[in-house]
Design a protein around this ligand. Structure first.
Ligand code: NAP
Length: 258
């Protein structure tokens, strides 16, 4: 399927590995030129090289997207983008009594205020052109809280509220904002979450993964390729009537009719 976005320009944050990388790959396959970001330069450059094999232009910016200086660095290079995919690492797990004000501020900065700052910087250009797409990578925890990820539950719920209103303010200008909610996907993040289970319960990594998969109707983890393809569709010409939605990719893990 031709997504109708060949020649557009996208900024994909936190894209050297995992879900962000999956999104960048699918956009490159659709013919989109890319600015990609992550903190570590080595993995970022290697992903950039793979993306160039699709024949698109790729600029890699090694910076911490959750810091003001990092964002300024990325935005200076990003220029006039048509598509924004926001993403960053997720907050650490714990229990409700673990977290102090500083922990919440850090999570809010990374997973709520960073995407908001990026949207505030880039939406005016999209509105001016009468076309734009934003996909925020959030989490299933927005719809169904994950008890040990209280920082994530809180920060991402805040972002979701902001997007719900903002998406409806910019849709009339052809600018479409939605959120993409991963359930468990086979990435480094899943390995680190499963490593926590291994440590807490004294089981093997294979047992932890098998137990988690057994609780999912699809009986497996999602892949970054599947996730990226959904993201690319949400950035396509055909997603113009999808406004302020929260698209859940969780293999059916959340038991809900709608
Ligand atoms: P991942 O495999 O660990 O990859 C994270 C990517 O983000 C890497 O490229 C990493 O590169 C980059 N990154 C991390 N912090 C960054 C920062 N401050 N600035 C710029 N780049 C940064 O993680 P993932 O599984 O793709 O997860 C992506 C997001 O989805 C996370 O917020 C995660 O919490 C959420 N999520 C994931 C799952 C899942 O099962 N995988 C489920 C629900 C939610 P550097 O380390 O080099 O910066």
């Amino acid at each position: 399927m031709d997504l109708g976005i060949k020649g557009k320009r996208a900024l994909v944050c936190a894209a050297s590995k995992g879900l962000g990388r999956g999104c960048a790959m699918a956009l490159a396959e659709a013919g989109v030129d890319l600015v990609i970001n992550a903190r570590g330069a080595e993995a970022l450059e290697s992903t950039a090289a793979e993306l160039r094999s699709f024949g698109v232009q790729v600029i890699a910016v090694a910076a911490d997207i959750t810091s003001e200086a990092g964002r300024a660095q990325v935005l200076a290079v990003a220029g006039d983008v048509d598509i924004l995919v926001t993403n960053a690492g997720g907050p650490p797990p714990g229990i409700w009594s673990d977290w102090e004000r500083a922990d919440f501020i850090k999570a809010l900065d990374a997973n709520m205020l960073t995407p908001i700052a990026l949207m505030k910087a880039l939406l005016p250009g999209m509105i001016g052109k009468g076309w734009g797409r934003v996909v925020n990578i959030t989490s299933q925890s927005v719809k169904s809280p994950i008890a040990q990820l209280g920082l994530s539950n809180a920060a991402r719920a805040g972002l979701t509220g902001y997007v719900g209103g903002t998406a409806r303010q910019v849709a009339e200008f052809g600018v479409i904002i939605n959120n993409l909610l991963p359930g468990i996907h086979a990435t480094d993040r899943a390995v680190s979450l499963d490593a926590g289970v291994v440590k807490a319960r004294g089981i093997t990594m294979e047992q932890a993964q098998a137990e988690r998969a057994a609780g999912i109707p699809a009986r497996r983890y999602g892949t970054a390729t599947e996730f990226g393809a959904t993201c690319a569709f949400m950035c396509s010409q055909y997603a113009g009537y999808m406004v302020g939605q929260n698209i859940l990719l969780d293999g059916g893990a959340m038991n809900s009719t709608m």
